[in-house]
Design a protein around this ligand. Structure first.
Ligand SMILES: Nc1nc2c(ncn2[C@@H]2O[C@H](COP(=O)(O)OP(=O)(O)OP(=O)(O)O)[C@@H](O)[C@H]2O)c(=O)[nH]1
Ligand SMILES: [Mg+2]
Length: 343
């Protein structure tokens, strides 16, 4: 899972990147963007590790992608600058709440830039298709069908609307798949505040404009982390910093992706896995290993929370809380799964 840190110049993307990954921004990657990895905080996973004491642990990771800032004045180049984030599955817009900045206006300007970038790629394809479908080619019917699928999408973008809530037909999903459209990605606004005083009204304004938002003094926290360890607590307290926001920010980014976590646990390994909400235990088996899915017989499942409450698998089974499921079972967030496979 990849989260792109995006937004206008100087908002604090690189500061947030460093805070979340512990990596210093590499000046040679200023134009291409820089990738780093962070572990998604998961209290349930930590407690499972305590319980099983495994030899190996595999927590959920999130890839963070620090990108070059967009320009507020030279809007024409922004679509090109945005092309680096097409592979991200969630867009984290970092807005610096410093003097002179209107966060709600900036969030809205950003969406306009996303719409423009999407509009350019779709329109280019539409123009190409119009030309090609007019020629006597063997694939003419296919091109015509693709064109018809894309036209309503292009029109919507040209009208300045994003695509997030547009229902796509199967043909449209297929026609648009290679574009990785930006306005269909999930978004989160991180409000990078100058200090620990978070202005509730600014947050409320962003929320009522429809943005998922989390506010944190990321730049300031990074400065505190750069201090010698013995000074960090004192300075942090002086600045009014409570618990560092790192965990909270990572958790929130993860939540925006709307994925669920399931676990496989044994003495050998405690492993957290990701699954799209609504997927079945057969999909879960396939995520672990395609052989497990091919030879799927049944799954033994319980809720990790029940296990942690009762303290052992034996207690859990005695309480009748293990259930046996076939391949159609829809996995729930926090399920612990043991798959019986014939292979
Ligand atoms: N208090 C305050 N802090 C600022 C201001 N402008 C920037 N900062 C901080 O300066 C630092 C620099 O920001 P960066 O992380 O380099 O910003 P960026 O979004 O990566 O910038 P680009 O990569 O150039 O787009 C961050 O810690 C910000 O929090 C300001 O006007 N006031
Ligand atoms: Mg930067």
């Amino acid at each position: 899972m990849k989260a792109g840190l995006v937004g206008y110049q100087g908002g604090g993307k690189s500061a947030l990147f460093e805070l979340l990954t512990g990596l210093k921004p590499d000046p040679s990657k200023t134009h291409s963007g820089q990738v780093g990895v962070a572990t998604v905080p998961d209290e349930r996973f930590d407690r499972l590790v305590d319980l099983y004491q495994p030899k190996k642990i595999v927590p959920t990771k999130i890839e963070l992608f620090d990108t070059p800032g967009l320009s507020r004045d030279e809007k024409e180049g922004n679509a090109q600058r945005l092309s680096v984030i097409r592979e991200a599955s969630v867009l984290v817009q970092v807005i610096g709440q410093f003097a002179g900045c209107d966060p709600t206006a900036e969030a809205s300007a950003f969406i306009d830039d996303l719409i423009l970038a999407d509009s350019q790629v779709v329109s280019n394809r539409v123009e190409r298709l119009k030309k090609d479908a007019a020629k006597p080619r063997p694939d003419r019917d296919e091109l015509q069908a693709e064109l018809e699928a894309l036209l309503p999408i292009a029109e919507r973008l040209e009208n300045g609307d994003e695509l997030a809530d547009m229902e796509f037909s199967e043909a449209q999903v297929k026609a648009a798949s290679s574009f990785a459209l930006l306005t269909r990605k999930r978004r989160l606004v991180v409000l990078n505040t100058a200090d620990s005083d978070i202005d509730a009204e600014v947050v409320a304004n962003l929320e009522s404009a429809g943005h998922a938002v989390i506010a944190a003094p990321a730049g300031l926290e990074l400065e505190v982390l750069a201090l010698p360890e013995e000074e960090q607590a004192e300075f942090g307290a002086e600045m009014g910093l409570a618990e560092p926001s790192r965990r909270l920010l990572l958790r929130k980014i993860f939540e925006v992706t709307d994925q669920i976590t399931f676990y496989t646990c044994a003495e050998k390994e405690v492993h957290a896995w990701l699954l799209n909400r609504g997927e079945t235990v057969l999909d879960a088996a396939d995520t672990i290993h395609s052989d497990l899915a091919r030879g799927f017989v049944r799954a033994e499942i319980w809720s990790a929370d029940d296990l942690l409450r009762l303290g052992s698998e034996r207690e859990l089974k005695a309480a009748g809380l293990q259930h046996v499921e076939g391949k159609e079972y829809v996995v729930q967030d926090g399920d612990e799964i043991f798959i019986r496979s014939g292979i």
